[in-house]
Design a protein around this ligand. Structure first.
Ligand code: AMP
Length: 187
């Protein structure tokens, strides 16, 4: 099964993706985690990506498309994958389709975690205090919400056109939301 978790920054994609991964036995792959690791290691890709991440901007598609190819063709992803943080633009969504088709796979379902924007900003400010992420400052938090609205939210209509989007209410305890996610993933 190939699943995409879609949601604004701070909606809980990472936390919920990890729980869903354990419960369904499907690996979760996060482009955000891969990029942060590359930035920490100081690889050429990481150094380039960091310039955009620190500003709250998306890393350009020409960098991300190669990364998505590596992820989807990796042995880890051979039995299906939970995509956390990608695709984030329409060209990335097209790339996912192009990579899955030769593997005789397709995006089975998109789980959209629904949280109002005010609640998101609150959560991210708290997360910034706990995790100290470089891109969790008030200005970048706002920028990332704008970027989501402009560049990533159009994916909702794209996948709704295929009838594969399930909206999950993202307010509640972690466990409440995890149960909703599980029900939505395997209806
Ligand atoms: P995340 O951990 O998913 O919130 O990602 C953190 C940051 O990494 C984002 O704000 C982007 O700068 C970058 N990033 C992660 N995934 C992608 C992607 N699929 N496309 C472009 N940029 C990405």
């Amino acid at each position: 099964m190939d699943l995409i978790i879609l949601g604004a920054p701070g909606s809980g994609k990472g936390t919920q993706g990890a729980l869903l991964s354990t419960r369904l036995g499907i690996p979760k792959i996060s482009t955000g985690d891969l990029l942060r690791a590359a930035a920490r290691d100081g690889t050429p890709l990481g150094v380039k990506a960091k310039q955009f991440m620190d500003k709250g901007l998306l890393v350009p598609d020409e960098i991300i498309l190669g990364l998505i190819g590596e992820v989807l063709n990796s042995p880890e992803a051979a039995q299906g994958v939970i995509m956390d943080g990608f695709p984030r633009t329409l060209p990335q969504a097209a790339a996912v389709d192009e990579l899955l088709t030769p593997l005789e796979r397709r995006v089975d379902r998109v789980l959209l975690i629904d949280v109002a924007e005010e609640a998101l900003i609150d959560r991210m400010v708290k997360r910034a205090e706990i995790e100290g992420r470089a891109d969790d400052t008030p200005a970048t938090i706002r920028r990332r919400q704008e970027v989501y609205r402009e560049q990533t939210a159009p994916l909702i209509a794209f996948y709704e056109g295929r009838g594969i989007v399930t909206r999950v209410d993202g307010l509640g305890t972690i466990e409440e939301i995890a149960k909703r996610m599980q029900a939505a993933a395997a209806p």
